[in-house]
Design a protein around this ligand. Structure first.
Ligand SMILES: Cc1ncc(COP(=O)(O)O)c(C=O)c1O
Length: 382
């Protein structure tokens, strides 16, 4: 058996969701919305399954989805993408990440990983033969520091995984940080695997800027999006990969042997969804902002220190010194019956242990019930 997987524990998301069930808790742990998602997009998926093509779609993805992806990123982010040479559909961002690592790394290549990091990165890097080099981002700003890059980059650096906006912090990197990272990519001849699954959730501050859009970085970036996040349908697993033709050639080889294709009805529905008017995308942000503000205000009123966030489905609470986030989440799910995620789970070394992540992409009633329970718990009433 391969030790990368035999030695790895069940993910914290699964563990907390199971505990949430066992204790009949409000689950603000795993990041999924509790509304059903846009009806017209779901209807399109149902119609396509009934009357459309249900055999293998093209390996690179349905042309209509690849065209819609290029048009969408032109409209929203000003990118000029050739849909035939630079756009590919995968089975979720997770497959795109795995494929990119398999396609880009030779055993022994180094990969720079920013902590806190999404849990799939490290096992995928290791399984692809990569050697991780960690950089810690620091709360509350979660900015990139040049001294850290100097320490992490070296002659063996082949790739960086760059998650912007950042889960779990809910932050987005300013242009200055992208430029700093870009200089290191160029200096060391490295490629950035840009995990931009949260690109449409920036509800505060400047609009999302893909690293790929910066001068000189077009050929050094693999941009990864996720329809699951764009349409609040996290079970759909439709990933959108954009990269310059030279990179795409090798990325597509990995995809060819991993999943080869993605359910065609979901692809057709996502193509339809990406072409929705700006109203849909503005509405998504407005709903996220309202939910964020509701949960943040309630937590603050109950005496928790909420850290600033501007994107994703998440906000974080700083427990202060002396608290252990995992122990706190364990107590909270049992005693308050509210589940959240300890941010230490997003570290492989030099863990930060005083921050807890809450998902706010929930109905008002769900958030209010969680807040009621947390308030009573804090006041010692449960
Ligand atoms: C940073 C990040 N990357 C990737 C994913 C997975 O995306 P998908 O469901 O499209 O595989 C997630 C899901 O939460 C995520 O937060």
């Amino acid at each position: 058996m391969n030790s990368v997987f035999s030695d790895s524990a069940t993910t914290i998301f699964e563990t907390m969701s199971q505990l949430a069930k066992a204790h009949d808790a409000v689950n603000l742990g795993q990041g999924f919305p509790d509304d059903p998602g846009p009806e017209e997009v779901r209807r399109k998926a149902a119609e396509s399954a009934l009357s459309g093509w249900n055999q293998y779609p093209p390996m690179m993805g349905l042309p209509e989805l690849r065209q819609a992806t290029a048009a969408h990123y032109k409209r929203m982010q000003g990118l000029d993408l050739d849909w035939e040479k630079e756009v590919m559909v995968t089975s979720g961002a997770t497959e795109a990440l795995a494929g990119a690592l398999l396609a880009l790394l030779e055993p022994g290549d180094e990969v720079v990983l920013f902590q806190p990091m999404y849990d799939a990165y490290l096992p995928l890097v290791r399984r692809a033969g990569g050697i991780p080099r960690f950089v810690n981002l620091r709360a509350p700003g979660w900015r990139i520091n040049e001294e850290d890059l100097k320490r992490a980059f070296g002659p063996k650096t082949r790739a960086v995984i760059f998650n912007d906006p950042l889960n779990p912090a809910g932050s987005a990197f300013p242009r200055e940080d992208l430029e700093l990272l870009g200089r290191y990519l160029v200096r060391y001849g490295a490629v950035a695997i840009c995990d931009e699954v949260w690109e449409h959730t920036v509800f505060e501050g400047p609009a999302h800027l893909p690293l790929m859009a910066l001068p000189g970085l077009r050929g050094r970036c693999v941009k990864i999006g996720s329809a699951g996040k764009i349409f609040s349908l996290t079970g759909w697993k439709v990933g959108l990969v954009c990269a310059a033709p030279e990179l795409m050639k090798v990325l597509s080889k990995a995809h060819q042997y991993l999943t080869f294709s993605t359910p065609p009805n979901l692809q057709a529905a996502v193509a339809y969804g990406l072409s929705l008017g700006d109203d849909y995308f503005r509405g998504l942000k407005a709903r996220l902002r309202a939910s964020h503000d509701r949960l943040a205000a309630g937590l603050e009123a109950a005496g928790y220190k909420v850290l600033p966030s501007q994107a994703t489905y998440f906000l974080s609470v700083d427990l202060g010194p002396g608290e252990d986030d995992a122990a706190f989440c364990g107590r909270m799910v049992r005693e308050a019956r509210v589940a959240a995620i300890p941010v230490s789970a997003f570290y492989a070394e030099n863990h930060l242990r005083n921050i807890v992540r809450f998902c706010f992409a929930k109905k008002d009633a769900t958030l209010d019930e969680a807040l009621r329970r947390l308030d009573s718990w804090k006041r010692g009433k449960v």
